[in-house]
Design a protein around this ligand. Structure first.
Ligand code: TYM
Length: 334
């Protein structure tokens, strides 16, 4: 029996090389060794207002981008979160097992509440509990994520342990998988902030679907640090970030890259980085163009994914419902 791997992306903004390096690339590399479930989490997306028709087409587009990045539809279970009612049902139960103090500590909530100050809704607040439900429903062993999701995974583990303390062995306790390099790709114009797919300024990120000329332009205008040296250094956050992107996409180590670009200038380094990005994105974009026109193919994958995921999720949900004292559906017992 293979171990279970689960991960997800919220369909907001445009998928970036941050999402690729921090998540999708690891999904692709790990998929053969695990029993994998990959989701597009539309219920998470609506914690920030989404225009309905854009959300619908973005969900299709994200699935097509998963496939274009090399996620195998036959080998893995690919689905849309809202197609599995168990996520919302378990989330409600786990809300009752989560302390307000724990939710108050979530840095992503604090950041998002600042960014969307006119719409600090309850969904945004309990979002980490929905994420815990996503993971715990499938008895997940490993969750490949970027560094920004680490705190949510720790909360997931805490909730699961708390529940198991009273109801032994209900949830498997998941482990995060976070790469050593590339777990937090930073924004191109402000390397102190993480690269964010929902950034209002697209010059802060490279999208997976950016045209080659756009990639070249964005990398050329990415900020650099004072000095001329191309090396990984805490005092050089901009160059360190660009080097990290180069390393993750080329497979070269950071010290190999420092050697390669010794005594070279920033302009040459940036040109080579842009060319590398264009080269890596080209096959993804080629596959995407074909896939996105085949809505029937994508719908069939999602239908099959929902069928499999529903069966698995319901098994855990029924156990949890019984443990908390809900009467079994379909028959009323005393
Ligand atoms: P989301 O949609 O913000 O990001 C999707 C994945 O991409 C990673 N990531 C990054 N990695 C490196 N550098 C960056 N700049 C960067 N930006 C994003 C994220 O860490 C994540 O792995 N709450 C989650 C989605 C989610 C989920 C789950 C993930 C919901 N349920 C269950 C795993 C398991 C989110 O909003 O990720």
């Amino acid at each position: 029996m293979k171990k279970i791997l689960l991960s997800a992306i919220a369909p907001t903004g445009s998928l970036t090389i941050g999402n690729y390096i921090g998540a999708l690339k690891n999904w692709k590399d790990m998929q053969g060794q695990y029993d994998c479930l990959f989701m597009v989490v539309d219920m998470h997306a609506i914690t920030v207002f989404q225009e309905p028709s854009s959300l619908r087409s973005r969900c299709f587009s994200f699935v097509a981008q998963y496939l274009a990045c090399g996620i195998e539809p036959k080998q893995n279970t690919i689905f849309i979160q809202s197609h599995i009612p168990a996520h919302a049902e378990l989330a409600w139960i786990l809300n009752c097992w989560t302390n307000i103090g724990e939710l108050n500590r979530m840095t992503q909530f604090k950041n998002k509440a600042k960014k969307h100050s006119s719409n600090i809704n309850a969904g945004l607040y309990v979002y980490p509990v929905l994420m815990a439900s996503d993971i715990l429903l499938y008895q997940t062993d490993v969750v490949p994520i970027g560094d920004d999701q680490k705190q949510h995974l720790e909360l997931t583990r805490d909730i699961a342990v708390r529940f198991n303390n009273l109801h032994k062995g209900v949830f498997h306790i998941p482990e995060p998988y976070i790469s050593k390099t590339g777990a937090r790709i930073m924004s191109l114009l402000d390397p102190k902030r993480k690269m964010d797919k929902s950034d209002s300024n697209p010059n802060n990120y490279i999208a997976l679907l950016d045209e080659p000329s756009v990639v070249m332009k964005k990398i050329k205008q990415a900020i650099t640090d004072s000095g001329t040296e191309i090396k990984l250094d805490k005092t050089k956050p901009a160059i360190s970030n660009l080097l990290t992107i180069y390393s993750c996409l080329s497979g070269m180590t950071l010290s190999e890259l420092e050697e390669k670009f010794k005594n070279k200038n920033y302009a040459l380094f940036k040109k080579e980085l842009a060319e590398l990005l264009i080269d890596r994105l080209k096959p993804i974009q080629g596959r995407y163009k074909k896939l996105i026109d085949d809505k029937n193919y994508i719908s069939a994958i999602l239908e099959e994914g929902a069928k499999k995921a529903n069966e698995r999720a319901n098994k855990t949900l029924r156990i949890v419902q019984k443990k908390v004292g809900f009467i079994a559906r379909g028959k009323v017992e005393g």
